[in-house]
Design a protein around this ligand. Sequence first.
Ligand code: HAM
Length: 429
Amino acid sequence: MSDAVTPFQAPIGTHDVWGSASGEWEGMIATFAQFAYRFGFELVITPMFEDVGVFNRGIGEQSEMATKEMYVFTDRGNRTHALRPEGTAPVVRAFIQHGPTTPWKAWYVTPAFRYERPQKGRYRQHHQLGVEVLGTDDPAVDVEVIALAHRFYEAVGLTRFRLLINSMGDAVCRAAYVDLLRAHLAAHVDQLTDEHKNTWMKNPLRVLDCKDANCIAVTDAGPMLIDSLCPECRAHLDHVIAGLTSIGIASQLDPRLVRGFDYYTRTTFEFVSDALESAQNAIGGGGRYDGLAEQLGGKPTSGIGFGSGIERLLLVREAEGVAPGTLLNRDLDLFVIDTTGADAATQLVDELRGAGFATDRAYDNRSMKAQMKVADKSGARWALLVGPKEFEAGEVTIRDLRSDNFEQAQRSVARNDVVLAVAELLTKS
Ligand code: HAM
């Protein structure tokens, strides 16, 4: 006798997508794919894991993400890999490896893995829709990338979101600013949270991100990067903001916006939703990373992109009361019921699917009543019935599953005319 096994559950902080959520996910991804195509991006798929160095060098070896959140493992060949915590570094690694013509405009849909404290809107495996553009620092590209996110959010029905923007400067002006900030923090260490008391020296920019009132008071009284930008970085930011304004996209300058990865330079941005709690209100974020390709061993190449969490977008849609099913209709057109016990349904569904109708059927040769129950639950508009009587007469009964009036609900058509009859019904309904 085998031991009883307690049914397994998905790991903490992960979730399955199925049932009614499934169509919402498909709609979200299909809409994003459509926008990426419209904006001239190609789909890029990179491995789910990379040499750990791709991330350590990209997002910063000392960063919270690299030290505490990354899923790192050694494979059987003794190579150290990491499950991707984000999508940008792998795309830049692929860019260096393949050397595509620039500008290279890539989009992706990918899971990302972060060992975080799970809560609503924050998971250990989440999924991102994103884009990256490699090979130009033209502010027009910054505008285009931000506009793509903005137009996509509008298209999926969101209205209560804001665009926050800042500049991280370049290697030179940011380094000068970080020195200023360190000097300021050094004079106020005792007011910082315990965490930042330990890390301010190594990671002073993170203090700007802190939500603690004392940390905010300290940084409020200190220098802001926006005031230390070199003229070129300031002009780049102004150009981006003006470009956005020219196409009707409002942005709010947020000097505290520093984002979590070391690779950012110049433009950084985040879209926040006012329909979600503030801790998890970022529906998307991104920015420039003009030094990342070099960090990963490539030639100096500018880059910019953004990532947006699918789970967060769906939470915001719900919080904003957007009706489900509006992105993509995944209702079945037809449901075939066959009580002849032979291949009538197999042939009928093959023909109907071939003609382009979304068609499902019942299995296991069950009774008419049992099959009708499945048809009712399937969401299909019309059922096609083939019993021994219909089969004999070379006919199919078509039944309106949304009508209670038995007389009007069904009619017979010749088996050979079924595709035409169904096409007519579906264009009318
Ligand atoms: P990120 O801000 O870390 O940026 O993530 C992008 C988006 O992914 C967030 O705005 C949020 O919607 C979603 N997200 C992040 N972490 C979680 C989580 N634990 N659970 C649920 N959703 C989450 C990046 O990853 C950069 N690679 C974006 C980028 C692209 N920058 C330049 N190019």
